[in-house]
Design a protein around this ligand. Structure first.
Ligand SMILES: Cc1c2[nH]c(c1CCC(=O)O)Cc1[nH]c(c(CCC(=O)O)c1C)Cc1[nH]c(c(CCC(=O)O)c1C)Cc1[nH]c(c(C)c1CCC(=O)O)C2
Length: 343
């Protein structure tokens, strides 16, 4: 009999206690062993495209903490890179891309998109063979809006003003950009599932900066399109949507996109999260800075989530990625508290 992957039970709507647990960005710079592998890899993208090293860093947090889920090591910006855009990561500055112009969008695409992403598929195949049977394997992509913000600005910005202006000034080109990203992201997720992913997550880190109409067109519609395309091929695979900062729009986001699970950031009130659990699983939502601070701030934050959401379908996680300055001992304390929790 195959081992039970409890995160999959939760995504079916079951309440499991203590809840399954993993962390966004769990393979990353807060781990000394990650920093060591990273030094050997050359550039950050070299690490993403080297299945041997990517498997190594993906497994590091699993070996250390025994998380219930493992997320393949890669980045959301491999999609524009595989589409032929120039993408670099500079130490201390984050991603740098050559900004795309409206005139370049009609020709955007690549015959070798999946060839370029083959190392990611190979990493997933190797991971499924190496992971404990009970560990859920997560594939992912960025949502079209969030990926587009980096393609347009060429770097991270606090409010995505360049992408918002572009969308208002060049609506036809922008719509086409979202469509190209949605189609390629859907086929990317389908290939990740075929390489062994049990679940896929769509990261929409910048959905919180949009007005009502723009949220509908730039976040909801492209993600709904991805969900439709993935479900047409793999109807049984759960999809987690993480529209960070969606606030009052979380509920309609799940209804309209059809995502199975909802990633919630730390600003979502626990009462509202409880209401969201009536429609399906939620994943989150510890403030990553409570994990940096540790001590009582951490213990209180963990306890509040377990108390409020522990009776419903919950995947315990942070409300956003773990930050590099987080002490490993604080992660150990969090894992211990979640795992030893009693209802
Ligand atoms: C917006 C976004 C990106 N990438 C991602 C998002 C969505 C989630 C979020 O909002 O955090 C998602 C991502 N990025 C990475 C993963 C790996 C899997 C995991 O362990 O979660 C995942 C799921 C590795 C990474 N991606 C990056 C690192 C750090 C770079 C390094 O190790 O040198 C890692 C481990 C770099 C990256 N990649 C990106 C940025 C803005 C940066 C720079 C900021 C930073 O340095 O933290 C784009």
């Amino acid at each position: 009999m195959p081992a039970r992957r409890i995160m999959l039970d939760v995504l079916k709507g079951e309440a499991v206690f203590p809840p399954p647990l993993w962390m966004m960005r769990q393979a990353g710079r807060y781990l000394p062993e990650y920093r060591e592998t990273r030094r050997r890899a050359g550039s950050f993208l070299d690490l993403c495209y080297d299945p041997e090293l990517a498997v190594e860093v993906t497994l590091q947090p699993i070996e250390r903490f025994g998380f219930d889920a493992s997320i393949v090591f890669s980045d959301i910006l491999v999609v524009p890179h595989a589409l032929g855009r120039d993408v670099r990561f500079e130490e201390g500055r984050g991603p740098l891309l050559t900004p795309i112009s409206a005139a370049e969008i009609p020709a955007l695409g690549s015959d070798v998109f999946h060839v370029n992403l083959e190392p990611v598929y190979e990493t997933l195949r190797r991971l499924r063979a190496k992971l404990p049977d009970e560990t859920t394997l997560i594939g992912f992509c960025g949502a079209p809006w969030t990926v587009a913000t980096y393609m347009i600005a060429g770097h991270g910005t606090p409010d995505q003003a360049p992408a918002r202006l572009f969308a208002y000034r060049e609506p036809a080109a922008f719509r086409q950009l979202l469509k190209v990203l949605a189609d390629h992201s859907a086929s990317y997720l389908i290939r990740q599932i075929e390489a062994g992913a049990d679940v896929v997550q769509i990261f929409d880190s910048w959905s919180g900066v949009l007005d009502d109409a723009s949220f509908e067109r730039f976040c909801v519609e492209p993600v709904a399109e991805i969900v439709r395309q993935v479900r047409a091929v793999h109807p049984g695979v759960p999809i987690i949507g993480f529209p960070k900062g969606a606030g009052a729009r979380y509920q309609s986001y799940r209804e309209k996109t059809g995502v199975t699970g909802l990633g919630i950031d730390w600003t979502v009130p626990l009462e509202a999260a409880k209401a969201l659990q009536r429609q399906g699983a939620v994943q989150g939502n510890l403030d990553p800075l409570r994990l940096v601070a540790g001590g009582q701030a951490l213990a209180d934050g963990v306890e509040a989530i377990l108390q409020a959401l522990g009776n419903g379908p919950l995947i315990f996680n942070l409300g956003h990625g773990i930050t590099p300055e987080t002490p490993v001992a604080h992660v150990e304390a969090m894992v211990k508290q979640v795992r030893s929790a009693a209802r």
